[in-house]
Design a protein. Structure first.
Length: 260
């Protein structure tokens, strides 16, 4: 990081130590905090603690940094340079902010973008993605552990389209939607579907069972109230046309795609 243009082109032997100023970048919206200025020296290692954001934040952490040095009693400043959180850490920060665990590793193969995601056949990146858009900062990375592979197995058994209304959810969107804190959606291990009326959603649930998803991990939801897993419906003799008392439809279904 060079000195300002009006600084001398050489440093005399009596110049002081290089110091550093760092602050929340005022040209970028969102409070990233104002870290303590780091140590002196020709290089700097910076560790920041972001302000609390219990429901996550919709922006990357942004700071700016500059060097300064005192020469013959006069302080000379370098240009401000930006420090911006990258795309992976933007998503990982949401987990840290909200206290969700585990936080995805930067090296995790489950972290995918539109350019690296491998569609197994019938689950597009848009269907996989957290559908909160700008509410969650439009994070480029999504998390795909088992959801795409298992979805494709269910789709193959079903033999026709399955309408996915939620697959991966980042913690910020999961909180907004009232999801459980241990939601499998936030780990890329679940999808929700809605193919229409009760017979159609029952058929998708049956396809998931035929794809060897545990019946305890296939859920159907009423128009309001609590859900039950597919095994409960089977044990009680219910199906796509014979619904529990008070149920008028299966409003949507859920499939957990991991085995844990």
């Amino acid at each position: 990081m060079g000195l300002a243009r009006d600084s001398p082109c050489f440093l005399p032997s009596d110049f002081g130590p290089i110091e550093w100023d760092i602050e929340d970048d005022p040209q970028v919206s969102g409070d990233s905090g104002d870290p303590l200025d780091p140590q002196t020296g020709t290089s700097v290692t910076l560790t920041v603690t972001a302000p609390a954001a219990d429901t996550g934040r919709a922006f990357k952490l942004n700071y700016r940094i500059r060097a300064k040095v005192t020469i013959e009693g006069a302080t000379h400043y370098g240009d401000w340079e930006p420090i911006i959180q990258d795309d992976k850490d933007q998503l990982r920060q949401i987990y840290i902010d909200t206290g969700y665990s585990p936080v995805p590793s930067r090296s995790s193969a489950a972290l995918v973008t539109a350019g690296t995601y491998q569609n197994p056949g019938n689950l597009s990146f848009e269907e996989l993605s957290c559908n909160a858009g700008s509410y969650c900062g439009g994070h480029a990375y999504q998390l795909n552990n088992t959801v795409a592979t298992v979805f494709q197995s269910v789709r193959n058994q079903h033999g026709g389209p399955i309408i996915v209304n939620s697959a991966y959810r980042c913690p910020r969107w999961n909180i907004h939607e009232g999801g459980e804190t241990n939601s499998k959606h936030t780990q890329g291990n679940a999808f929700d579907f809605d193919n229409g009326e009760a017979p159609q959603n029952w058929a998708v649930a049956q396809s998931a069972m035929n794809a060897e998803v545990s019946t305890s991990k296939i859920l159907l939801y009423p128009q309001s109230g609590s859900y039950h897993d597919l095994q409960w419906f089977i044990d009680n003799g219910y199906n796509g046309t014979n619904l529990p008392p008070g149920w008028t439809t299966y409003r949507f279904g859920h499939v957990t795609t991991s085995t844990d």
